[in-house]
Design a protein around this ligand. Sequence first.
Ligand SMILES: O=C[C@H](O)COP(=O)(O)O
Length: 251
Amino acid sequence: MRPYFLAGNWKLHKTPSEAVAYAKELAEAFASVTHRVMVAPTYVCIPQVAEVLKGSPVLVGAQNCAAAESGAHTGEVAPAMLKEAGVDVVILGHSERRSIYGESDETINQKVKLALSAGLEVILCVGETLDEREAGKAMQVVEDQLRKGLAGITGDQLDKITIAYEPVWAIGTGKTATPQDANEIHQGAREVLADIYSTEAAEAMVIQYGGSVKPANVKELMAMEHIDGALVGGASLTIENFAPIVQFDKE
Ligand SMILES: O=C[C@H](O)COP(=O)(O)O
């Protein structure tokens, strides 16, 4: 049985004081949570949020990391620096990093390798644009991003990797893939993973869905066979929305 993993990506929201106040609410609300839970604040909030969440089951995430360990890379933060600041998991290859900041699959793959070497877990994001979906290429895009993002990653490193399927057209738009459509891509992604590694390894991998997940749709998404969690943007910013998502199976 794969564990559910519910992650909140705060994107460019919350100042350090707002983040700390919210982290305190999360620590209290999720003190005895049964699923894996993570929140990813901006870099400047990480040390203080990590301090608040110390001893709590809520993991600390980062939204990105440098594709280098150190050196002349103005504005970047290296994986080992994140680790020391209290980060457990780093989100890599998010569609906003790909589209706004031009990150290639090769750069993302480099980041995945460096993050793992630094002792971080990775959430590797993949997903197609609306044009690609309409052209019937969704699975092809996801397969390509998976193969390139995981190039050189060995089977024994997979337990440190979560895949997040985020159809770009469903992010922040209020449009969600139907649970069936999402499940179909998740299943296809698992087949790709089985081809690269093994059926056993693919079956064990946690694949999150991301794109307008909210309290009203989380239950039906999580009921699908191949959906093992969620990467949540907008609805992770308040306890009123995030708590029912994380505890989707609580009445
Ligand atoms: O990282 C999270 C995803 O981009 C989803 O964002 P959203 O829940 O606001 O659509």
